[in-house]
Write a protein that binds this ligand. Structure first.
Ligand code: GH3
Ligand code: MG
Ligand code: MG
Ligand code: MG
Length: 316
């Protein structure tokens, strides 16, 4: 197929080939009442391996979006029965913004004023019918790439640079929501705070760089053992985890397993072929306070007790 369209520039084709793999995971919805136009757009999209969904009018499009919240791109006509393209864009933009769903409006020949109106109503872009295939694909690719860039920037803002774990800000935002939901529903929720024992000594003995390597290694171990739960690096050598629907003893069991794995794993370090043994201490609590911040403070008190008790221990 790519070869057939060899009138495209080399750069474009190269970029396209790299994209095809990603496109298979991208859902595109076409809202268009003209069946031949819909079929034509579907064909163009399927050639580039997108997953394609169709709707006959705006109302149908809203239904499809409700069932498929992972749709990334909507291509919508203006003139449609039941609900037109503008009403559709307006309805969507009440609660889904431009960085979560791309909308491209379609306007017919001699309707160039519709293009500006589409944008004013919240569309990301527009295409005027009839269009060249290359223009169609360039517009779509350009918009999807912008969206992916925004997602990458958002993700980077939510992560800690050294360990790639989530950061404190994300923990309080996402974990705070999980916590409030549990408080509202009266369901159990546990939080843990944990900290490397005598980490300062590792820095003092081997240097800050090896200290950093140890934190990275530890973060992988934590991620691997607490998969499916929100974990964050709170700062320094301290980490937090939140466990919706777990009772205290279940969270204690989980954290004690992590503690045991870490204490039994030697970390290879770049220092005279040595391995390094580290341990962590943990404080675990279940719901007592109405805010996550207070709950974390409470868990920190238990962490201090774990340190007092001699370290390499979970108190909960
Ligand atoms: P305790 O068992 O009581 O937790 O002792 P500790 O030495 O682990 O605790 P302390 O709070 O005294 O020291 C923590 C050290 O962690 C001090 C600081 O230099 C180091 N640290 C904090 N952030 C980083 C980092 O990003 N990289 C490295 N290499 N070290 C860090
Ligand atoms: Mg129409
Ligand atoms: Mg420490
Ligand atoms: Mg400390």
């Amino acid at each position: 197929y790519v070869i057939k369209e060899s009138r495209y520039s080399y750069n474009y084709v190269f970029k396209l080939v790299r994209r095809l793999d990603k496109n298979q995971h991208i859902k595109v919805l076409i809202a268009e009442d003209s069946r031949p136009t819909r079929a034509f757009i579907r064909l163009l999209l399927q050639k580039h391996l997108y997953q394609v969904l169709e709707a006959n009018n705006g109302l149908e499009a809203l239904d499809v979006l409700k069932d498929n919240p992972d749709v990334k791109l909507l291509i919508t006509d203006y003139h449609m029965p039941e609900m037109d393209g503008f009403a559709l864009v307006k309805a969507i933009r009440q609660n889904v913004d431009k960085s979560d769903l791309i909308i491209i409006g379609l306007s017919g020949e001699g309707e160039s004023s519709l293009s500006a109106k589409f944008i004013k109503n919240g569309a990301n872009d527009f295409l005027q019918k009839p269009f060249f295939h290359e223009e169609f694909h360039c517009r779509i690719m350009h918009n999807i790439e912008s969206l992916e860039l925004i997602e990458q920037i958002q993700d980077a803002a939510n992560r800690d640079y050294l360990t790639n774990l989530h950061n404190r800000r994300y923990f309080f935002s996402k974990g705070g929501a999980q916590y409030q939901l549990a408080v509202k529903n009266g369901s159990p929720i546990a939080v843990a705070i944990f900290d490397v024992d005598k980490f300062k000594k590792i820095n003092d003995t081997y240097g800050h760089k090896i200290g950093d390597d140890v934190l990275r290694f530890l973060a992988e171990e934590i991620q691997h053992n607490l998969l499916h739960f929100l974990v964050a690096r709170m700062g320094g050598e301290q980490f937090c985890a939140i466990f919706p629907n777990l009772k205290n003893e279940q969270a204690v069991t989980l954290m004690d397993r992590l503690r045991s794995v870490i204490s039994n794993t030697s970390i290879p370090i770049d220092h005279e072929d040595q391995d390094l043994d580290i341990t962590i201490s943990v404080g675990v609590t279940n719901y007592v306070h109405d805010s996550l911040e207070q709950q974390i403070n409470y868990a920190s008190e238990l962490l201090f007790r774990a340190k007092d008790a001699g370290r390499n221990i979970v108190i909960g």
